[in-house]
Design a protein around this ligand. Structure first.
Ligand SMILES: [Mg+2]
Length: 257
């Protein structure tokens, strides 16, 4: 090989090393790496669940403690207590799926997501199991309101995944709308909802779609967080990034230097 072609080959190899095949997914690598390898992610998640446990004790000792905005308990008979949690990145850790995408230079698709769900091998978010077992021990019913689709029978892959992880709770999966408010309302009609736990604003309130409108929602409801609403960190994805889509230039222009 001539020196000229050797130089060309080396230049091509170094370009490959610097820019992955699909550089559009490159920006998600740090988020997945943080979730999977950092002590800080684990500490964040544990901190949320320890605080939620203390809040559960306060809630059980406080009459008329209400977490769901959809609830209307004024003058109502006492109802049995319940907590509502989201599943993905709240109880179930799907970072391995996100890692597969990042390594392959692929974006999220319904097809690859469904395949991952069928494998029933999501892990547990740190601190979740301890909280859930404590809630059950205190006689609190646990509901998961998730936008996964489930069959409802014993062979359902999400149910199998939860069973294998040894966590209690009943599934309320997506049937029509992804908006969780009607399903929260359903639970609030039967139970006194003490806490909401999620990783996305939509797990608490129907989230607005622009960053400015979401900021206004935080001004309105922000004081509920850490009190009766508890949110897990999720830097990998969420309704917060839908506004920007896959448009890196839109994301860059939203940064405030
Ligand atoms: Mg989630």
């Amino acid at each position: 090989m001539s020196r000229f072609f050797l130089a060309l080959t080396l230049a091509a190899l170094s370009a490959t090393a610097q820019a992955p095949a699909n550089s559009k997914t490159y920006e998600s690598v740090d988020a997945v790496l943080w979730t999977q390898t950092s002590a800080e992610y684990q500490a964040n998640a544990r901190q949320v669940y320890v605080a939620a446990r203390a809040a559960l004790d306060r809630a059980l000792a406080t009459p008329r403690w209400v977490a769901a905005l959809e609830a209307n308990y004024v003058g109502a008979q006492p109802l049995p207590p319940a907590v509502i949690l989201d599943l993905d990145e709240t109880v179930l850790d799907n970072s391995a799926y996100r890692a597969q995408l990042a390594k392959a230079g692929q974006r999220f698709t319904e097809e690859t997501w469904k395949k991952w769900v069928m494998e029933s091998r999501a892990g547990l978010v740190p601190g979740a199991r301890e909280f859930l077992l404590y809630a059950r021990m205190r006689g609190v019913t646990i509901y998961y309101i998730t936008n996964r689709e489930c069959s409802g029978d014993a062979s359902d892959p999400t149910r199998k995944n939860l069973q294998a992880l040894g966590v209690p709770g009943a599934l309320i999966c997506r049937t029509g709308t992804s908006d969780k408010s009607p399903r929260r309302s359903e639970v609030a009609g039967m139970y006194h909802v003490l806490l909401l736990i999620g990783d996305d604003l939509n797990d608490f309130v129907t989230a607005a779609t622009t960053p400015e409108a979401r900021q206004k929602q935080m001004e309105q409801y922000g004081s509920l967080f850490g009190d009766r609403w508890f949110i897990l960190p999720n830097a990998m994805y969420g309704s917060w990034d839908r506004f920007y889509g896959d448009d890196l230039s839109k994301k860059l222009s939203a940064l405030k230097p």
